[in-house]
Ligand binder design. Structure first.
Ligand code: ADP
Ligand code: ZN
Length: 701
């Protein structure tokens, strides 16, 4: 057995070679084993990759310092999967492998931690027997269960069509076979309601991983799932990194959610990473959504994913009726005939009436607005000066009476009575937020009890549970919230949803803005009337752009129409899913320095493509030239949010025509080149400029 191994160390470097001291028994040496290694003056963790005959020439071999007890060996499938992730997302392997371990040691604090139950007792009370599935649901379950081995299934079912029951049935069958199931949901929809539903069906069989757990709780859940004590793991995207030895099925709920994309370090997309994991484990994976991502929809159209539909709601009331209110018309009318001053400016006559009637019937209503606070900016009427954050290029939001807050950093100040610029005008709040809606409602419906769900009100899991309980127990009549209320919530008494200003969702400089708006509007509308039997729920959608495709297709409940429309628009521009897109992101304290760095990297990218296309270059091939020809380097340009937290932000976009365009491998080449140059006399990036690669970028702001 060789005593030299290549080791993926926890640093932004490629694998390094180390000698193994005699104190380590040979039988402990295998790929995936964690060791501590010296690097410079530091001691850092690393993972053994493979034995090697000799170290590369000129390298002074150092010895590993010992095994890290308590860390499980990364199995070969997981190792292959992590290697794929690191390569595809152009991120160093060492830090990628570190994601595969729980936050704490297995044993630390065990005495206390053992007593803490993974699932609260009240959640498992009255374990309920499964509902009997409808014919439609049964058909889907059977079709999915009938294909053994790897297959990606796209379950496209309208809101309230019973997708969750389908997941649970598939999971129950896997558990009967002694297999494990992994269920990923967006953090935001990992609500107590969802976990309770699984807990009622599966009781103590569930482990849960989400961001509101303490590191100890996370670690305990991690081990319980990893050792197979718990056959089902439900979690947010990071649960993907808990190795399940008997994994038999993966479910991704709300697969379209952009929060499945990790926004720092390894910028993986949990959905795509999960599909790759399923492929390597040769197991089925189910992606579910009422509004599938256009990527998945396209894959289903191409036959890569198998499409299953649940076109109708379980309860016979059907999908909600949506009325669109044209705020321009309402405004023009009021200009002519005067308006009822007792009604707040954001409330149309129609929504007012619908609210009144809903409350009179003793039912519940929800008002949705994608903005917190009282007003999203404060402007001086005499000189036009607006109060902006000094650290970020954004307006300050007014909260409470006089509290101006930046939503991107921790900056805040109090509202001045006189404009600091012209010393004459009195700054006026403009726009609207959830806090203002709540205040206005208190005046308008003094007897109605309101609950607000946004990041100001809901800061812990307890807050969330409390708010949900209030609505479930009918201790609240009107729910006011941001996107926090869009997903996963199921309230029987909720029969009216008001979208206060739908426009906010699509007025963003991002090619996916329409898609996100359509998804958001559909999901929010889908909260209405989920349990009605004899009539449908009601949605009032207020907008200044009633003709916008996101709104028109939402109105008709026409996901497929929307998908065709948006896919057509993206094809013309070569955007995903017709092609590939990566963003090289730069952020630095000095504008010029940051832009220059971005320019150098963009030039490097262009040169590398030119070289590949040059027939006289070494290793030239016509095929590689053609692949290089599919790629376009755009920029650098300032990011849409050009300055955040005192850092100037630039982007270089790399766009590839065609789904197989080698955008990811160009990114990998670039980051390796940048890393190699970092230690040279002429580094491409100054030390203060942060650089990151975002393959299949989703967050472009
Ligand atoms: P989705 O996940 O598609 O939004 P759910 O699975 O939450 O849909 O189902 C919507 C509602 O219908 C839930 O309250 C659920 O308990 C209920 N439900 C689902 N399937 C059945 C069934 N076969 N029989 C009775 N009720 C069902
Ligand atoms: Zn700020």
């Amino acid at each position: 057995m060789s005593r030299i191994w290549s080791v993926a160390v926890d640093a932004p470097l490629g694998p390094l070679h180390y000698a193994i001291p005699d104190t380590l028994p040979p039988e402990a040496l295998m790929p995936g084993v964690s060791v501590t290694v010296p690097l410079g003056a530091r001691k850092i963790p690393g993972v053994l990759l493979e034995p090697s005959e000799s170290a590369p020439e000129g390298v002074r071999l150092r010895e590993t310092l010992g095994l890290i007890a308590d860390r499980p060996v990364i199995d070969s499938k997981s190792l292959a999967w992590l290697q794929w992730l690191a390569k595809y997302y152009a991120y160093p392997l060492g830090p990628t492998l570190q994601l595969m371990f729980p936050p704490l040691d297995k044993s630390g604090g065990r005495k206390k931690a053992r007593k803490a139950p993974l699932i609260q007792a009240d959640m498992t009370e009255g374990v309920d027997h499964s509902v009997s599935l409808t014919a439609e649901q049964t058909e889907v379950v059977n079709a999915i269960a009938a294909t053994p081995g790897f297959q990606t299934h796209l379950l496209y079912g309208v809101t309230g069509s019973g997708k969750t029951e389908v997941y649970m049935e598939l999971i129950a069958r896997a558990a009967e076979r002694g297999e494990q199931a992994l269920v990923l949901v967006p953090e935001i929809s990992l609500t107590p309601q969802l976990i309770q539903r699984f807990a009622r069906r599966f009781g103590e069989k569930i482990a849960v991983i989400h961001s509101h757990l303490t590191p100890r709780e996370k670690t305990d859940n991690w081990w319980a799932a990893h050792q197979g004590e718990k056959p089902i793991l439900i979690g947010a995207r990071s649960a993907l990194f808990c190795p399940l030895p008997k994994l038999g099925i993966i479910v991704i709920d709300e697969e379209h959610e952009s929060s499945f994309k990790q926004d720092e370090s390894l910028r993986y997309h949990a959905r795509d990473a999960a599909v790759m994991l399923a492929k390597m484990c040769e197991i089925p994976i189910v992606l579910g959504s009422a509004t599938p991502s256009l990527e998945s929809w396209q894959n289903a159209k191409l036959g890569k994913y198998r499409l299953h539909r649940l076109p109708s709601r379980i309860h016979s009331g059907g999908l909600p009726r949506i009325d669109v209110i044209d705020l321009r018309e309402a405004r023009d009318q009021e200009r002519q005939s005067g308006r009822d001053e007792s009604r707040p400016f954001w409330l149309s006559q129609e929504l007012h009436l619908a609210l009144t009637e809903t409350l009179e019937r003793g039912e519940q209503a929800a008002l949705f607005l994608n903005r917190r606070g009282i007003a999203q900016s404060v402007v001086c009427p005499s000189c036009g000066h607006s109060s902006d954050c000094p650290n970020c290029e954004v307006a300050l939001t007014l909260h409470g009476r006089s509290h101006l807050v930046c939503h991107y950093c921790d900056y805040h100040e109090s509202l001045k009575e006189v404009c600091s610029q012209c010393n004459t005008g009195e700054p006026k709040p403009l726009g609207l937020g959830t806090e203002k809606i709540e205040r206005d409602l208190a005046k308008l419906f003094p007897n109605a009890r309101t609950v607000r769900m946004d990041r100001d009100e809901i800061q812990s899991r307890e807050d969330l549970e409390e708010a949900i309980a209030k609505i479930e127990k009918r201790e609240a009549d009107i729910l006011i919230g941001t996107q926090m209320i869009a997903k996963g919530l199921d309230f029987p008494g909720l029969t009216l949803v008001g979208l206060v200003m739908a426009d906010i969702a699509f007025n963003l400089p991002d090619f996916r803005a329409s898609e996100r708006a359509f998804q958001l509007l559909t999901q929010v509308a889908g909260r209405s009337g989920r349990h009605l039997k004899d009539r449908s729920g009601h949605v009032v959608l207020q907008t200044y752009n009633p003709d916008h495709p996101s709104i028109q297709f939402t109105l008709k409940h026409d996901y497929e129409g929307f998908a065709e429309h948006d896919l057509g628009f993206r094809e013309v521009l070569g955007y995903p899913p017709h092609g590939r897109l990566a963003a090289l992101k730069f952020a630095g304290p000095d504008l010029q320095e940051t832009e220059d760095a971005a320019r150098r990297v963009a030039e490097l990218a262009r040169r590398s493509l030119e070289n590949a296309k040059d027939p006289s270059g070494k290793g030239y091939s016509a095929e590689a030239a053609e692949r290089a020809d599919s790629i376009l380097v755009l920029g650098p340009a300032p990011a849409p949010m050009a300055k955040l937290r005192n850092l100037y932000r630039f982007q270089v976009l790399i766009r590839g025509q065609g789904i197989n365009s080698p955008v990811s491998s160009l990114c990998k080449t670039l980051s390796e080149h940048i890393e190699a140059r970092a230690k040279s006399k002429a580094p491409l990036l100054p030390p203060k400029v942060r650089f990151s690669v975002d393959v299949d970028a989703v967050h472009l702001l």
